[in-house]
Design a protein around this ligand. Sequence first.
Ligand code: CP
Ligand code: NVA
Length: 321
Amino acid sequence: MDLLTYNTSLTFPHKHLLCLQEYSPEDILHVLSVGLHIKKEYQAGIRHQILKGKTLAMIFTKSSTRTRVSFEVGMLQLGGTPIVLSGDEIHLGKSESVGDTAKVLSRLVDGIMIRTFAQSDPEQLAAFGSIPVINGLTDDYHPCQALADMMTLYEHKGKLKGLKFCFVGDGNNVSSSLGIICSKLGIDFSIASPAGYELPEKVQEMIRANCAASGSAFVMTASPEKAVQGADAIYTDIWASMGQEDETARRMKDFAGYQVNMGLLKQAKPDAVFMHCLPAPRGDEVTDEVMDCPQSIVFDEAENRLHAQKGVLALLMGSDD
Ligand code: CP
Ligand code: NVA
C-alpha cells in the first residue's frame, strides 16, 4: 500500500485525538497519509494554508522540547497561530475547573493541545468544550508520538502490516500507545518489562482485542532477549517518566538488564532499526553506540513529530485551502 496516496481527503470522522484506541486502522492510515502528503508537498515548496485564521491553545503542565516545537512550527507552517500556555500561568485545575477552562477556550480559540498528567484532563476538555482536543502526552498515552513513529517506520521499511515491533522497558504511556497502534495496524508487538512494570491490564485488553481484529501477535515477557527475536524495530524509552522522578533510584535498579545495547540489537533482524521517542538519558536505557549507529532512526522520529501532527491538525482543524 502506498500511504502517500492512501487517503488525502480532509473529511475525517473524529473531532479529537485522545487515545488512539478510538481510531480505526483506516483512520490511523488516513492521518499518516495526509501527514506524508503535506510533508512531500512542503519539501517541494508548496505552502498549504489549511489552518489560516485558526488558533491552537497549547497547554503544558510537563516539560517538552519536541511536542512544543513541532506543534508550534506545524501551526505556523499551515497558516495558523499557536498560543503556548504553561501550567503555572493558567488557572486550569486550580482556581478553575477543567470543564470551565474548556468552555472559555472554546469561545476564544479553535483547538486545544494538552500535555499533562491525568488522562481525564484531555477527556474532560473534550467533554465540556466544543473544539478539537489533542492529547500531547499524559501519564497514560502518547498518541502523537505513536503516529510519528509509524510514519518513520513506514518510510524506512516501505510497509507497516506484517512487521515485528519490539519494545524493551517500561509499560508506560509511550509503550501503551505503541502497543495500541501496532496491534491496530497488523504489526506484531512484543514487550519485555521487569516484573511490576508491565503494561496496564486495560491496555493489554485493548491490544488483545486489536490483535484479534488485525491478525497480529502480542507477546509480553520479562526477557529482552526473547522479545527482540526476529524484530524489525527495537524501541525503548526513559526508565523514570515525568512525574516519576522520586522513583528514579529504584527504577534504575529494577531496569538493570533492560538496556538496549549492541549485544541486544544484534539479536534482532540484521536490518532492524532502533527507535526512541527522546529525550534519552544516554547510558541508561540505551547506549551511545546504539543511539548513534546507522540503524538508529531516532532523529527521523523527532522530525516526523512535525509531519504526523500536521496530518492531525489538518484533519481535526483544517479546511481545504
Ligand atoms: N518525545 C517527546 O514527546 O518529546 P518532548 O517531551 O520533548 O515533547
Ligand atoms: N515516557 C516519557 C516520554 C517522554 C516523551 C515521559 O512520560 O516522561
